[in-house]
Design a protein around this ligand. Structure first.
Ligand SMILES: [Fe+2]
Ligand SMILES: [Fe+2]
Length: 297
């Protein structure tokens, strides 16, 4: 383990990012369009597309709140048996858990700020405890693969989509940047967790764990579909725009696929996720890369 982690060098506090003068600017988009995919819905006015984008931003805050609720107990469970082990590793794992607790808090505060400034409440999937329970019912290697997926996904969102986007609301962009900074270290720790769990398992057990990871992906995908239906209702309430049946179908089609790319495809095609999959099962990499990921892109 490094003597001083990247996270220690770049430590930040939740209060530095939101609250007081730090407000969301609702005249700006919150998510880059490569994730939101709202600009392609040209049959909406520019203002309506921006509202749809902001609803996706609120969904992003909520989704990370959801996934971090199961990452935190999982990392703590993984840390506990290692308390007598390598001092650097145990400190790194506890720091990982502490940062996820901080991120849960951060996403909640942004969500509250969103609700203060947005027209109408947005329904969301959950509750987080039920999602965490369903995910944590899978075997540890399946959950570790899911967490690895989430950490690299965050890296990709920032580097490929957010970093060079000059149009985004500065506060939301700052949230994504600060989250990215700490997740880089998590991705490395997760890779070690996956390798440690895989090293004590045979080929069949690894295959079952990969199936479990895909089951969790399917469960999240069903949640995304439900979220898009909620988003459509939030959009109609916030804008007053009347949508025809065809427009509703199109909104759901475009937005479900945008959510799939954001939370599933962008991770399943990440070179580092694929490399870790290959290291535990070359067949699993091939199956996911060629047979499954394209559906989510
Ligand atoms: Fe996080
Ligand atoms: Fe993380």
């Amino acid at each position: 383990m490094p003597r001083r982690s990247a996270a220690e060098r770049f430590a930040w506090r939740v209060e530095d990012l939101i609250g007081g003068e730090r407000r969301l600017d609702f005249s700006k988009p919150f998510l880059p369009d490569s994730l939101a995919r709202t600009e392609g819905m040209v049959w909406l006015t520019p203002g309506q597309r921006r509202v749809a984008n902001q609803i996706r931003g609120a969904g992003y805050l909520h989704m990370f709140g959801l996934v971090e609720e199961f990452i935190l107990p999982f990392v703590l469970d993984h840390a506990r048996p290692q308390l007598q082990g390598d001092d650097y590793r145990i400190r790194a794992l506890l720091q990982f858990a502490g940062e996820e607790a901080k991120h849960i808090h951060l996403f909640k505060l942004f969500r509250e700020e969103f609700e203060r400034g947005f027209r109408g409440a947005c329904s969301v999937i959950g509750p987080p405890e039920a999602v965490a329970q369903a995910v944590l019912a899978h075997e540890p290697l399946s959950v570790a693969l899911t967490i690895l997926h989430i950490e690299w996904m965050t890296q990709r969102h920032y580097i490929e989509s957010v970093k060079d986007d000059g149009d985004l609301d500065p506060q939301f962009k700052s949230l994504l940047r600060h989250h990215w900074m700490e997740e880089a270290q998590h991705a490395k720790l997760d890779t070690l967790m996956v390798q440690a769990l895989a090293s004590t398992r045979g080929g069949e057990e690894i295959d079952r764990a990969v199936d479990g990871y895909l089951d969790i992906g399917g469960f999240l995908d069903a949640g995304l579909k439900q979220q898009v239906e909620f988003d459509l209702e939030s959009f109609v309430k916030a804008t007053g725009r009347k949508l025809s049946d065809e427009e509703r179908t199109e909104f759901i089609r475009v937005q479900h696929q945008a959510n799939r790319w954001t939370y599933i495809g962008s991770a399943m095609t990440h070179p580092n996720v694929l490399a870790t999959l290959e290291s535990i099962s070359p067949a699993a990499r091939k199956r996911i890369e060629e047979g499954i990921a394209p559906v989510f892109c």
